[in-house]
Design a protein around this ligand. Structure first.
Ligand SMILES: Cc1cc2nc3c(=O)[nH]c(=O)nc-3n(C[C@H](O)[C@H](O)[C@H](O)COP(=O)(O)OP(=O)(O)OC[C@H]3O[C@@H](n4cnc5c(N)ncnc54)[C@H](O)[C@@H]3O)c2cc1C
Length: 405
């Protein structure tokens, strides 16, 4: 494993740094895309990047990318993250749905949707999870019935991030209940403003509303908005999930171990700095060592990318280890703050950033694959352990005894 940039990687990093330095004043200052102002800031930054050739680097040139290598993309993300800590509201479209359209979409769909997606002119959401289908997506119950050139859709999605500011959504729905659950699904592009779609925000523990319930009441979707073949939507779902960023667990709202050490230096306990306490230093050292373990494990992926190879199972391991670790760190930070740990807003330490990280951490452990599902992946695909029992294997969806369609 070589920790240094190769000469061409160093040159690319210097080019990225120079552009970011020259344009840093335009970087959005924060927010989770939950208000119109934050969304407008993000759109401005995305358009600026697109005009300068720094948007969707790995995309082919014909769709506005620069056909960059995955390693160059990693370098860009590292450099951009030094300036920008806010959530990327375009990541679901650009990181997951765009690549799916490139593989499974018609030429017309690619020409219509990919460029506005890259420029941040149109925002996308992912309509996969349902109240009874999260880890087991193939068990979903939202269904579409053919009516001439349209499909009529009924059902409910949940946890749809950004549905309230999205223009388009990718919907997976059941189009045939008579076959095994994976085989009867289709994949559609949906206009989020279409009649019959109702979006209800979900109030989160941190006071925000980043995700939503989305109800479909006789929503008409033209067949020309179907991606892939009828009843072959599972193939598209797999492409989307493979592109889901395994880096979800790495983020703690822009906070890292250096910020935690700083907090321990600044916090006063009985007249002295908290970091003077041996038990605090022990905890900090423990977090530091575990984070280094995650970091060096992720370098294995980077080395593979740098050599043009496909990364191995480190992706699942990275989220599985780092999401609980960062939850522990945020919890420790809130403990360090003592009574002030219950305060949020501008008057609190770091404007309540640690409190936000603490309250958001359980969601990070669920989104993009729960801890248990990631353990199953590691057990079955890395360690080669026997697969878990699947009671509905080979059974037509409509015969699975959990209710009727
Ligand atoms: C912040 C956030 C953003 C999200 N954004 C989106 C989005 O934009 N679009 C979208 O479609 N979804 C989104 N989700 C939903 C997310 O994909 C699901 O929460 C996740 O897949 C888990 O599904 P579930 O919540 O239905 O839990 P379930 O699948 O019902 O799981 C409940 C519990 O059972 C465990 N479990 C389930 N199956 C197994 C098994 N086979 N073996 C062992 N244990 C198991 C799980 O680990 C979990 O602890 C988001 C979630 C979060 C937290």
């Amino acid at each position: 494993m070589d920790f240094n940039d190769a000469p061409e990687e160093a040159a690319f990093r210097a080019e990225a740094r120079a552009w970011l330095e020259a344009n840093a004043q335009a970087v959005p200052t924060g927010g989770l895309g939950e208000n119109a102002e934050a969304v407008a800031d993000e759109k401005r930054w995305q358009a600026l990047k697109a005009d300068a050739g720094w948007a969707c680097l790995t995309w082919p040139e014909e769709y506005g990318g620069r056909a960059a290598s995955p390693m160059q993309n990693v370098i860009w993300n590292e450099e951009e993250s030094k300036y920008k800590a806010s959530v990327n509201i375009f990541s679901i479209g650009q990181g997951m749905l765009g690549p799916t359209l490139m593989v499974h979409g018609t030429e017309e769909q690619k020409q219509r949707y990919l460029r506005p997606m890259l420029r941040g002119e149109e925002i996308w959401s992912q309509l996969f999870s349902e109240p009874g289908a999260g880890s087991d997506i193939a068990g979903l119950r939202t269904h579409c019935v053919r009516d001439g050139d349209d499909w009529i859709t009924n059902g409910q999605k949940i946890w749809t991030s950004g549905a309230h500011y999205s223009d388009w959504g990718i919907l997976v729905a059941r189009t045939d209940p008579n076959v095994v659950k994976h085989a009867g699904l289709s994949y559609f592009i949906v206009d989020m403003k279409a009649p019959g779609i109702e979006i209800r925000p979900i109030k989160q523990i941190d006071g925000g509303s980043g995700f939503n319930e989305v109800f479909f009441n006789d929503v008409r979707i033209p067949d020309s908005s179907r991606v892939g073949e009828i009843n072959d939507g599972w193939r598209c779902v797999i492409t989307t999930l493979m592109n889901e960023r395994s880096s979800l667990g790495m983020s703690l709202g822009g906070l890292g171990i250096d910020d935690l050490i700083e907090l321990a230096r600044e916090t006063r306990w009985d007249g002295s700095a908290a970091i003077d306490d041996a038990s605090v230093r022990r905890r900090l050292a423990d977090y530091y060592i575990r984070l280094k373990g995650v970091q060096y494990t992720s370098y294995r992926s980077l080395t593979a990318l740098s050599r043009g190879a496909t990364p191995g199972p480190e992706g699942s391991i990275g989220k599985l280890v780092s999401a609980p670790l960062r939850q522990e760190m945020a919890s420790f930070a809130v403990d360090l703050l003592g009574e002030a740990g219950v305060l949020r807003g501008d008057a609190s330490a770091a404007r309540g950033a640690w409190q936000s990280a603490y309250l958001g951490a359980p969601g990070i452990r669920l989104a993009g694959g729960t801890d248990e599902i990631l353990r199953n992946i590691v057990a079955e695909r890395v360690l080669g352990l026997p697969p878990e029992m699947r009671a509905d294997k080979g059974m037509a969806f409509k015969e699975i005894p959990t209710g009727s369609l």
